[in-house]
Design a protein around this ligand. Structure first.
Ligand code: AHR
Length: 499
């Protein structure tokens, strides 16, 4: 029996819209080909950005975009990516396929992209192979509005007005590709680097320290213990966390499509572990920061499979199925539950890499929206809404000797008073009925959308781009304050409950 109780007139915490943010790295065909094709390309573009991709992403109300990496960030030297494109030095992208990076997409192009997307920029600076001066000057180049060598340079490159940037990461995965540091060493490096990440004018930077890999609670503990300044205040505004759903193996060994039920189960069980991670990292943060001044920033999450056959192993190009749709829904439900601490998350990655929203066909102008895209679309109603307290008792979805709850749910009330309820069914075989008691509101009208499919690995292709897409949902019925939801097997539903 699946029983849900929602208190529609309660709730005090806001679901920060930045939970719905994105990550685009110089990796494979994410930036080049996926987003940026250059002004001379045959693919319709505006100042080099693909019009179709930008329009699709705008529709999601992306709050911010993290760039340029990832592992690439700690090898990126920003001065290589400014000035006339033809003069920009080239480099080898050693992390991702060993391809030549021509730096044609740099700082100016990134801010242009963010302007076209209507989102805020989030830059991750280079700690691993960069210098303090380099990071300091990048901030000055972007945000200073006075006379200085960096602003002269910016003007020479065609931009007299400074940009504004709030989110700044001080390194990425510094326990690994960002320098293989011990947490104690990184904490000291963080203290030093962040000192020179200045607030110019009224541009106030939200500093994000490189955080833990998945279950490395010691990293969080050491960072929280060692990042206060002389006045007792934290020197960071956010601490990051990275976690990928891989099916318990590294390097990733599961395929994105044509998988058996065991791999469906393993990935969804991995996705559900995000809740445990948030709980445990938050508990450590609570000890040092009971006022919750430091946000937990999950700036990389998503599925990671083996690459599509015939594609460059370093490009991390993978298909995206109904399983990924469930992974996205389970993550959002967890992020909402912990929204007192989780201020931002960034899915990895936006286009053509890992759990992407959009896949573009190489050498053509075709693109597809993935099942994950559709979940972002269905869930966007929760951005900046008030989290509603709910209790859920779920049937189990068992596979072999293991089981996870079949049902997951989250609910919120937006600023206009509309209540939205998202419910998902991870069980690939069994439809489930959810009995929902609605407290504190009179519902007169219900509308909804459902994303479901016949097979576990249903996905969109360039020839069949609409195989998996949301349709109107007619499985909700109301009797007084009792709502009954008939959830199809492997489905994600979002309902709007109106007076
Ligand atoms: O998202 C792909 C890679 O995963 C990122 O570059 C890195 O930060 C992480 O290990």
């Amino acid at each position: 029996m699946n029983q849900l109780t929602i208190n529609a007139d309660l709730g005090s915490q806001t679901i920060n819209r930045h939970i719905y943010s994105h990550f685009a790295e110089h990796l494979g065909r994410c930036i080049y080909g996926g987003i940026y094709v250059g002004e001379d390309a045959d693919i319709p573009n505006t100042r080099g950005m693909r019009n179709d991709v930008v329009a699709a992403l705008r529709h999601l109300n992306i709050p911010n975009l993290r760039w340029p990496g990832g592992c690439f960030a700690d090898e990126y030297h920003w001065r290589d990516g400014i000035g006339p494109q033809a003069n920009r030095p080239k480099m080898v992208n050693t992390h991702w396929g060993g391809v030549t990076e021509d730096n044609s997409f740099g700082t100016h192009e990134f801010f242009e992209l963010c302007a076209q997307l209507g989102c805020e920029p989030y830059i991750c600076g280079n700690v691993g192979s960069g210098t303090v001066q380099e990071m300091q000057q990048w901030v000055e180049y972007i945000t200073f509005d006075g006379m200085s060598p960096m602003t002269d340079l910016r003007r020479e490159n065609g931009r007299s007005e400074p940009w504004r940037i709030k989110y700044w990461g001080v390194g990425n995965e510094n326990w690994g590709c960002g320098g293989n540091m011990r947490p104690e060493y990184y904490a000291d490096e963080y203290r030093r680097f962040q000192t020179y990440v200045r607030n110019f004018g009224d541009n106030k930077i939200f500093k994000i320290a490189g955080g833990a890999n998945s279950f490395d609670y010691n990293w969080t503990e050491v960072l929280m213990a060692n990042t206060r300044g002389g006045n007792g205040k934290f020197l960071m505004d956010g601490l990051s966390l990275h976690y990928y759903s891989l099916g318990n193996s590294w390097p990733p060994s599961l395929a994105a499509t044509s998988f058996a039920e065991g791999d469906w189960f393993n990935i969804l069980r991995d996705a559900r572990r995000m809740d445990e991670l948030l709980q445990r990292h938050s508990t450590i943060m609570d000890q040092y920061d009971p006022e919750k001044e430091v946000g937990l920033i999950v700036d990389e999450w998503g599925t990671w499979y083996t690459v599509e056959p015939g594609t460059n192993p370093g490009f991390l190009y993978q298909q995206n199925t109904m399983r990924d749709a469930l992974v996205a829904a389970l993550h959002f439900d967890s992020f909402h539950r912990h929204c007192d601490r989780v201020q931002m998350t960034n899915i990895a990655q936006t286009v053509n890499v890992l759990q992407a929203m959009i896949l573009t066909e190489e050498g053509s102008d075709r693109m597809i929206l993935t099942p994950t895209y559709h979940v972002f679309d269905m869930y966007k109603v929760h951005q900046d809404a008030t989290l509603l307290p709910l209790t859920l008792t779920s049937d189990e979805y068992a596979y072999g000797d293991n089981a996870i709850p079949a049902i997951s749910a989250t609910a919120s009330r937006d600023s206009a008073g509309n209540v939205h309820l998202s419910v998902s069914n991870s069980d690939p075989h069994t439809d489930h009925t959810v009995a929902c008691a609605l407290r504190g509101m009179k519902v007169g009208m219900i509308t909804g959308r459902v994303l479901t499919a016949v097979t576990m690995d249903a996905h969109n292709t360039f020839d069949e781009p609409d195989r998996v897409q949301p349709t109107n949902f007619n499985g909700a019925s109301l009797d007084g304050d009792q709502l009954t939801i008939q959830l199809p097997a492997k489905s994600v539903v979002t309902l709007a409950l109106g007076a």
